[in-house]
Design a protein around this ligand. Structure first.
Ligand code: PLP
Ligand code: COI
Length: 362
């Protein structure tokens, strides 16, 4: 496969150094976006074509574009980390590229070659590398996405597709940093069903989660936990993160389900845990098991994990009729050590023995 030759149209209104540095000093989570974006077109006839780097800005769409009506859209999320020597790296982007292909297949979108995915990230960093912050726990969040832009209201896969990469500097996703987060148990709403799109990173899953996420906020929680839609008993995942439970014998358990997103953070953290000698099991887990396990002392820690959230301790699970965990829960020891081990690899502070890091600059 030949590599892409990006046409460069630089942003003449790019932010100045002082303005950018002020944003990087206090980035929030993508409260600001960088100066450029990557854009590649696909058509049934021409395949992938017209790779461009252009100024970040509004996208012009025909009002009949497929994505606006039928939600034919997928995305990815990964981060660029600045290492102490100034170099810029990302974490397992090949895994994101492959998951992007799997999401595309599920949503009847064309598969972007892994090489094109990687080259697009590098292309954006080649113009916006100065936007990668260097403060502890900060990064540049990279958001590749693809959607049907063909103007046609019949229901069938679009024949014209757009792929973009945008990016925004990010601090911790949760404002409390590594303080435990409280989670609302959604009993009325499901995120995904059997045979549905739960394992794809597609906007509709997140749209479906918003009503439950609002319930979470109304109940003083930062995220929502979904159960399986068939029996309403097995835990699946949070609105934007996977879940891992830690048992008192040091073993880790995470839900096995084909309607949850196969998280790359979760996979990586579980590899690290196994290497530290912890037993790791992927199996169906009921909310009842979590409730009883927490009460009996069998389950001693729980954490959320994802690119945005990293590894974040879970404090309480709140449901309509019960609560798991105590209000003064502190971050678990294993949770914190796995978070640190992962961060050390991502920020280049420890050796990357797995070949997970991928250089984006230079
Ligand atoms: N589950 C959902 C619904 C997510 O949105 C995310 C975040 O991307 C994850 C899990 C974790 O995936 P990853 O670790 O690959 O970011
Ligand atoms: C990510 O972690 O990349 C996500 O897509 C989740 C979202 C909460 C930002």
């Amino acid at each position: 496969m030949t590599s892409l030759e990006f046409h460069r149209h630089l942003n003449l209104q790019a932010k100045g150094v002082a303005e950018r540095d002020a944003i990087l000093a206090n980035p929030g989570f993508c409260d600001f976006m960088t100066d450029h974006m990557v854009d590649i077109c696909w058509s049934e006839k021409g395949g992938w074509h017209r790779p461009r780097i252009q100024p970040y800005g509004p996208i012009e769409l025909d009002p009949a574009a497929a994505v606006l009506h039928y939600g034919q859209e997928i995305f990815e999320g990964l981060k660029a980390y600045r290492h102490a020597d100034g170099s810029i790296w990302t974490f397992r982007p090949d895994a994101n590229a492959r998951r992007f292909q799997a999401s595309a297949a599920r949503m009847s979108l064309p598969e972007l070659p892994v090489e094109y995915f990687l080259e697009s990230l590098k292309a954006l960093i080649s113009v916006d590398g100065d936007w990668v912050p260097s403060e502890p726990d900060t990064s540049l969040y990279l958001r590749p996405f693809m959607f049907g832009k063909e103007a046609f209201l019949g229901v069938r896969p679009a024949k014209k597709i757009a792929f973009y990469v945008i990016a925004g500097p990010a601090g911790p996703y949760f404002t409390g940093g590594v303080a435990p987060v409280n989670i609302w148990l959604s009993e009325n709403y499901s995120r995904a069903g059997k045979g549905g799109t739960g394992a794809a990173k597609t906007g509709g899953n997140y749209a479906a989660s918003l009503i439950a996420q609002n319930e979470a906020y109304a109940n003083g929680c930062q995220q929502v936990l979904f159960l399986d839609s068939t029996t309403n008993t097995f835990i699946e995942e949070l609105g934007g993160m996977n879940v891992v439970l830690v048992y008192k014998d040091g073993s880790l358990v995470t839900p096995l389900s084909d309607s949850i997103l196969p998280g790359i953070t979760r996979d990586s953290v579980l590899v690290l845990a196994e290497e530290l000698g912890h037993k790791v099991t992927r199996r169906p887990v009921t909310i009842q098991e979590w409730r009883e396990g927490a009460e009996s002392g069998e389950i001693v820690e729980a954490f959320a994990c994802g690119t945005a959230a990293m590894v974040t301790p879970i404090g309480q699970i709140k449901a309509k009729d019960f609560t798991i965990g105590s209000a003064d829960a502190v971050a678990g020891e294993l949770t914190l050590s796995l978070r640190a081990a992962l961060a050390d690899i991502q920020y280049g502070r420890s050796e990357d023995t797995h070949g997970w890091m991928y250089r984006l600059d230079g």
